[in-house]
Write a protein that binds this ligand. Structure first.
Ligand code: AMP
Length: 469
């Protein structure tokens, strides 16, 4: 069975007065739905401090209707949307993960992947006799937190200790009856930011979640930082000791994962994608009649290419809005079928034209091949495919769902061979130097391990959760 990988979205809110915190959380999770469509959950606390958590597999809009009608106004809530690939998409593995213990009652939402999870879990189960209720690496964080709370009774210090034990990627939001605590791993692999909604404090994976509930952005959580806020708005900030050499925001957040209307670590995702398109043009100016993007992932870079080249930007496809993501279909044949139904070429636009077609990535090659064939059938004269990322060659251990190395087309075909196999007239990827230059002026340093095989921190063992198998 393939392991679960998390590419999730998290949100939390705390304030001095009881408010519809679960409702705000549901709206924010809807804005973060692109980060996970397989399951979602919201946890909040009644006035007697008891924890209530509602979660299920499925989409935000389908999960919370009845729950939101009955849940009272509260002071704190935390929520999670989950993306898994195959296997174990069960209610038990959805988040937030609840802990009720004499030293700590909390609900935790995690985005990322703990690379030493298998080792930690093995120790806890076989040495310490602990019992786990999920096959989720995030439950390990709760267990470690309790251990540290028994020692120091201070959630911020306990979390800082836990962060020294964990390896890998984690952005966390943890709700207790009277505090909301956010933390980001020392590399800053996954985004996490903080905002204000009136007197309430909010944390989210992406700033687009703040816009959706009328909150204002305050700042990004720094790599290695713990920020805790109580109901009155008092803040405690602690910083993990690190020399900064392990810094590395996942570059695929900028390329594909995040929503274009978000800002991450000071950089507009939209601007970053425009620049990827501009850079693609500068790398190899290509003559064409129109520039088109593969909806939706290639649209911003296509606009950037058009702005840099002066070639008109035009839609090449009509997207069926009622289809899910093709990438997460379990088999190659179902992925191909889904791509076909999802996007249909706009004959009136493309007939007789030389097209520069832009997409964000080629992983297995399914999407590109399926895009190009119907464009040709509907009369496109030339199709020049431009990809706003370098070729995918290596696995991600830090929470992005990338297929195994043997399934990555760039590992067994040259660029020319890929171009031929997908049926394009020419193919060009964005150079890694041009990609990494984006956001440099903001001090952003990326993890580009999926393209280069070089990761900002060592990956112990396989980095995979063996306990899923
Ligand atoms: P493929 O069809 O296997 O070559 O995958 C490439 C397509 O899938 C591109 O159009 C991307 O927008 C999308 N994609 C790439 N990586 C991911 C990911 N980790 N999760 C979801 N979609 C992805």
């Amino acid at each position: 069975m393939r392991k679960i990988k998390e590419e999730c979205g998290i949100f939390g809110i705390i304030g001095p007065d009881p408010m519809p915190m679960a409702g705000y959380t549901a709206s924010a999770l809807l804005a973060l739905q692109h980060r996970g469509q397989e399951g979602a959950g919201i946890a909040t606390f009644y006035s007697d401090n008891s924890l209530i958590c509602h979660k299920n597999v499925g989409l935000v809009n389908d999960i919370f209707g009845e729950f939101l009608r009955h849940v009272p106004s509260t002071n704190v809530a935390v929520g999670h949307v989950r993306y898994s690939t195959t296997g174990n998409n069960t209610v038990e593995n959805t988040q937030p993960i609840e802990t009720v213990h004499s030293r700590l009652t909390c609900a935790l939402a995690h985005n990322g992947n703990i690379t030493n999870a298998a080792t930690l879990r093995d120790q806890m189960v076989n040495r310490d006799g602990k019992v786990f209720f999920t096959t989720n690496d995030s439950e390990i964080i709760n267990m470690l937190l309790i251990e540290q709370m028994i020692k120091c009774r201070n959630i911020e210090k306990a979390l800082l200790k836990v962060m020294d034990i964990l390896e890998g990627a984690f952005s966390l939001v943890i709700a207790t009856p009277d505090k909301l605590v956010a933390a980001r791993d020392k590399s800053g692999f996954r985004p996490l930011c903080m905002g204000k909604l009136g007197e309430a404090t909010v944390f989210a994976s992406e700033s687009c979640a703040f816009d959706s509930i009328g909150a204002t952005f305050v700042r990004d959580i720094a790599p290695g930082e713990v920020v805790s806020v109580d109901k009155a708005g008092n803040e405690i900030v602690l910083q993990q000791k690190t020399d900064g050499s392990c810094r590395g925001l996942c570059v695929f957040e900028m390329i594909y994962i995040a929503r274009s209307d978000s800002f991450i670590d000071g950089l507009s995702v939209y601007e970053a994608r425009l620049e990827m398109g501009r850079a693609l043009y500068r790398q190899n100016p290509t003559e064409a009649d129109i520039v088109c993007g593969v909806p939706d992932s290639g649209l911003d870079a296509a606009l950037g290419y058009s702005l840099a080249s002066g070639i008109p930007y035009a839609p090449a496809f009509v997207k069926n809005r009622y289809m899910g993501r093709s990438f997460i279909e379990p088999s190659q044949s179902s992925r191909e079928r889904t791509v076909n139904i999802k996007l249909n070429p706009l004959r009136a636009q493309i007939e007789g034209k030389r097209i520069v077609l832009i997409d964000d990535s080629i992983v297995r090659g399914t999407t590109s091949a399926r895009m190009i064939k119907p464009l040709r059938q509907m009369g496109a004269k030339e199709i020049h495919l431009r990809i706003s990322s370098p070729p995918f060659k290596h696995p991600c251990y830090f929470g992005t769902d990338i297929d195994s190395e043997e399934n990555l087309i760039a590992n067994h075909k040259t660029v020319e061979e890929i171009c031929k196999s997908i049926g394009a007239d020419s193919l060009e990827y964005l150079d890694i130097e041009n990609l990494l230059a984006i956001g440099k002026e903001k001090g952003i340093r990326y993890c580009d391990g999926c393209f280069t095989g070089k990761y900002p921190i060592p990956v112990s063992g396989s980095g995979k959760h063996k306990f899923d198998d």
